[in-house]
Design a protein around this ligand. Structure first.
Ligand SMILES: *Cc1c(COP(=O)(O)O)cnc(C)c1O
Length: 393
């Protein structure tokens, strides 16, 4: 562990937990391949180390939003299938195609830019259907035209149609009435493309919540992001442990100051907290610039000296304060904002509730000023710190 990194704050990333989660998710979707979604720097956990660990645990695909994210994985030496889906006019099509990255197409403009890019090989193109999300993807009414032009480009040798895919709107709400119609629309749009001669390598629809709760949505490949990082996609699906998942990130800071204050002392900007009695205050040196949500002012939980305390008053840019109720931990004592929960520390899900958001937003917003410290980096013979115990290998 990097000692200088540990002084103020750090996000410890347990790659053994990530590998165990990938194996658990593969078990939930037996028969399908697994795409490890590492967009947005691996949901804040670090794209390259997480991609490598996911590959070691059997992920055959990597997925990103932007082409720059996908190209960065290739540049870091990651081989095999990589897909990215968030394109805007101008590319970089040629670079992505020549790096062997699967590119997603929702509309004719993208197909035409791909053909015009003049890459040194046929582009690997995955056609995306809008089966009801109403975001990316091709509407059913426009699908025949897109499939027809894609087939023509394939027959001319410009592209190879490697995948047919779509995305759910409400997979995180089990039984939601949009799920069955989306599945039906996907089957129809796949059947139409195959009737027109498309022979995809993969058909895929499921994100983490669908991987966990909708087996008929697994098809050839599941695209898991949040669950791989050991965070529950939604409280109604259960806590990570109930889903067989282990949180990967632990966010800690070192207590920077402990001091006595009298009763009635205002705390932090705006004085939204006043000490009810003479007490001790602890200064925690992370703030909203580090991703601690300002919306969790007065609510966010943190474990200090064996007790869960609550953010007193406002979260500031670089720091916040907790009322320690007379306790006097030494400066430098560990404050745990969230982790797996083994030591009684809060979890990502607790912070999501405190900030009125979802766990996805908590982990992806942890800032670049917080160093990521990797533990259990090697998948080799399992050390004592490997919670998987090597049993699944
Ligand atoms: C982010 C994303 C995923 C992964 O979603 P999770 O809910 O984090 O598993 C899958 N597919 C697409 C298209 C995405 O944008």
């Amino acid at each position: 562990m990097n000692e200088t990194a540990s002084l103020r704050a750090r996000a410890e990333i347990d790659l053994a937990a990530l590998r165990a989660n990938v194996r658990a998710l593969r078990g939930r979707a037996a028969g399908a391949q697994l795409m490890a979604v590492v967009k947005s720097d691996g949901y804040g956990h670090g794209a390259v180390p997480c991609a490598r660990a996911a590959r070691e645990a059997g992920a055959t695909w990597l997925g990103t939003a932007t082409p720059q994210e996908a190209l960065a994985l290739r540049a870091a030496g990651l081989e095999g299938r990589i897909m990215c889906w968030l394109w805007t006019p101008g590319g970089p099509w040629r670079e992505a195609i020549e790096a062997g990255i699967d590119v997603s197409v929702s509309a004719l403009w993208a197909l035409r830019e791909i053909v015009a890019a003049g890459a040194d090989r046929p582009a690997r193109v995955q056609l995306k259907a809008d089966t009801g999300l109403g975001r990316g993807g091709c509407q059913p009414a426009d699908w025949p035209e897109l499939v027809s032009e894609a087939r023509a480009a394939e027959q001319a040798g410009h592209i190879r149609i490697t995948g047919l895919w779509s995305h759910f709107a409400c997979a995180d709400e089990p039984g939601h009435p949009s799920i069955a119609p989306q599945l039906a629309a996907f089957r129809d749009m796949v059947a139409y493309a195959e009737k027109e001669g498309v022979e995809p390598e993969v058909r895929h629809l499921a994100n983490s919540p669908a991987t966990l709760t909708i087996p008929e949505a697994h098809f050839d490949l599941v695209r898991t992001g949040i669950a791989m990082y050991g965070v529950s996609p939604a409280p109604e699906l259960g806590a990570p442990a109930e889903l067989g998942l282990r949180p990967v990130m632990t966010l800690t800071a070192s207590v920077a100051l402990v001091k006595d204050v009298p009763a009635g002392h205002g705390v932090s900007y705006g004085h939204h907290y006043a000490t009810p009695a003479g007490t001790t205050l602890g200064l925690i040196p992370v703030g909203y610039a580090d991703g601690v949500p300002r919306h969790a002012s007065g609510r966010g939980p943190v474990l200090v000296g064996g007790k869960v305390r609550t953010v007193a008053g406002r979260v500031a840019m670089d720091q916040f304060v907790v009322d320690l109720g007379g306790d006097r931990p030494e400066p430098g004592a560990e404050a745990v904002l969230f982790g797996p929960g083994d030591r009684g520390e809060p979890t990502v899900e607790d912070w999501a509730v405190a900030a009125g958001t979802i766990g996805y937003e908590i982990v992806t917003r942890i800032g670049t000023r917080v160093p990521r410290v990797y533990v259990n980096e090697t998948a080799g013979p399992a050390g004592p710190a490997d919670p998987s115990g090597g049993a699944a290998r």
